[in-house]
Every structure is written in C-alpha cells, then in structure tokens.
Design a protein around this ligand. Structure first.
Ligand SMILES: [Zn+2]
Length: 321
C-alpha cells in the first residue's frame, strides 16, 4: 500500500491527512492559520504533518484555493490567501525528496468525489461546490479536465446577469455573485423589508445590514416563511446555472457540495427541479446528487493526484507498495 500526505490550504486552517491509495484517511491534523499567513504557513505545517505521519509517505499533494498552473504547479493567483512563493510545491519537493503535486482545491475535490465519493463509477461528471463562493471541477472521459493551462472549471465566475451584483473577482453578475452563500446574505438583506416580522431579521437584531446567509439557514430550520422562500429561490438560481453547465458538458452526474447546502435541503431540491424544468421536452437531465466526502475531499483528491503523478514518473516504488 502506498501513502500520500494530502494538504488543503484554506483561509482559516491548513488540513493535513495521511491518505492511502484507496482514498482512506489514516490520520488527520488541523493547523489553525490566518489569511495573512495562507500558503506561507505551509512549510511549517508540512514539517509537522510529516513528523506526525505514522506511515512512509510516497508523495505530497497540495490543494490550493487559487489559479494553479498545470503542469508546473505554480500558484499564479489566490485572492483569498496570502502567498509570496509561487513555486512552493517545487521547493517542498526538493526539501523532502518527494514528488509534490499542487492542484486547485475544487479540482482536487472533484477528483476525490469521482474516484471515491458520490461520483464513483462515472466517467463524465461535474463537481460544483457552493460555499461563500462557487467552485467547480470537470471529469471528462475519466480524467480530470483542467483546460489549456490549469485554470478551467471556474464555474463561479461564468457571467450570468449583465447588470448583476459585483463579484469578488472584480467582475459582476458572475454565477457565484447570484447563487452562493454570499449571494444568499445579499438577497436576504435586499428583501428583508418585505418581511418585517421574519425570524431572519430577528436573528440579525433587527438590523438588515447584519443579516448573513447562515441566519437564513437557522431561520429556515423553524420554517420561517421568508427564510424558506430565500432558500428555494437560491436553489432555483443554482439550478439554472447547473442546467447551463449540464448542457455544455452533458455529464452523467453533477455532484454538489459545499457549506451552503447545510442551510437547508430545499436548496438542492429546488436546484433539481430547475434542472428538470430546463430539460423539459428534450432528453433526460443528468442526476444532481450531494457530495459525500465533505471537507475531506480536498486532501483526499490532492493525495490521490500526487500518488498518480508519482506512479507516472516511475517513483513511489521505494516502499514496495
Ligand atoms: Zn466573479
């Protein structure tokens, strides 16, 4: 059995996991960090993870929220993470004498869901993660499709409304600006005036500007009509985007993950209904299913990709398999 260290770098933590070649997590460690440290906190974290690993490590896979050039693994742009060394993967590889793969976090998650999660057994699959923003990954013909340079599958920044709300990427009207967790908070703030007695507004202490997407989820738990309506509308907007992606790629399955789905099951139900509506009278739509690996998808996918890269380079035999 071969083992990899999978590492997922987020804005508030670095997650490290020893993962075997079947995608099973053997051990997991979490190091808190802050946005200012970001990728720059990696060398210290990897040191710790490797020291704690109780298995011989054959490769390291890093999942990074940003634009990672393929196949060089250089980090070119990471708006939500600080980083000063685009070549950190190469540097770590030299330091530890191990193959290191750097991959966009959503791509890594998509690969994990395809190999070991909800999309297991499919050859053509899309992964869409809906959190604060929207990320994506494309599995085409059984392989991770990255585009010409590694920057593909940025579903969150497909423009959908020409005069839509501003997006963190500097553009406006992007898919994630209208159908993500951030969008849920904005929609709630815009419409709160129509529901002065809502639980959503009560949770925000009566201050519209304090409303967040999480408050909508909490209010929906007790069937607050405003919150229920918001979740359904968000799901419908999400479903419209998924239908567009489905028509572009004709996948067997769309796997949907991300923190926003925890605000209520109705989001996915509404999204499914919208996908079906937009296929009416045509052909059967692809199935839309929940991701099954949760927050572990990034480390599992990055680890698996690093083992595959190691095998392709003919290394990784040193521990006998
Ligand atoms: Zn955008």
């Amino acid at each position: 059995m071969r083992y990899s260290l999978g590492v997922d770098i987020g804005g508030t933590k670095i997650l490290g996991a020893v993962v075997d070649e079947d995608g099973t997590i053997i051990g997991k460690t979490r190091v808190p960090t802050d946005r200012a440290e970001g990728v720059d906190a990696l060398p210290e974290a990897v040191d710790l993870f490797l020291a704690e690993a109780n298995k011989p490590i054959d490769a390291i896979g890093l999942a990074v929220a940003g634009f990672v050039e393929y196949p060089s693994g250089r980090i070119l742009f990471a708006p939500n993470l600080s980083f000063s060394n685009p070549d950190i993967g190469e540097d770590l590889s030299r330091e530890y004498g191990l193959p290191v793969v750097v991959e966009n976090d959503a791509n890594a998650a998509a690969w994990a869901e395809n190999r070991f999660g909800a999309g297991r057994g499919t050859r053509d699959m899309l992964m869409v993660t809906v959190g604060t923003g929207i990320g994506g990954g494309i599995i085409a013909g059984g392989r991770l499709y990255r585009g010409s340079r590694g920057f593909g599958a940025e579903f969150g920044h497909i423009p959908v409304t020409p005069d839509g709300p501003p997006c963190n990427c500097g553009s406006h009207g992007c898919f994630e600006a209208v159908a993500s967790g951030r969008a849920l908070g904005r929609m709630a703030q815009e419409r709160a005036g129509d529901f002065p007695d809502s639980e959503v507004l009560r949770l925000a202490g009566g201050r519209v500007q304090n409303i967040t997407g999480a408050m909508v989820g909490k209010a929906a738990d007790i069937r607050d009509p405003f919150a229920v309506e918001l979740l359904w509308d968000l799901g419908t907007l999400l479903g419209a985007g998924l239908a567009g992606l489905a028509k572009a790629f004709d996948p067997e399955m769309i796997v949907v993950g991300g923190g926003v789905l925890e605000e209520g099951e109705s989001i996915l139900a509404a999204a499914r209904e919208e996908v079906v509506a937009r296929y009416k009278g045509q052909v059967d739509p692809p199935s839309v299913v929940s991701a099954s690996l949760g927050n572990d998808a990034g480390v599992v996918g990055a680890a698996q990709l690093s083992l595959e890269a190691a095998a392709a380079r003919g290394i990784g035999e040193m521990h006998g398999g």
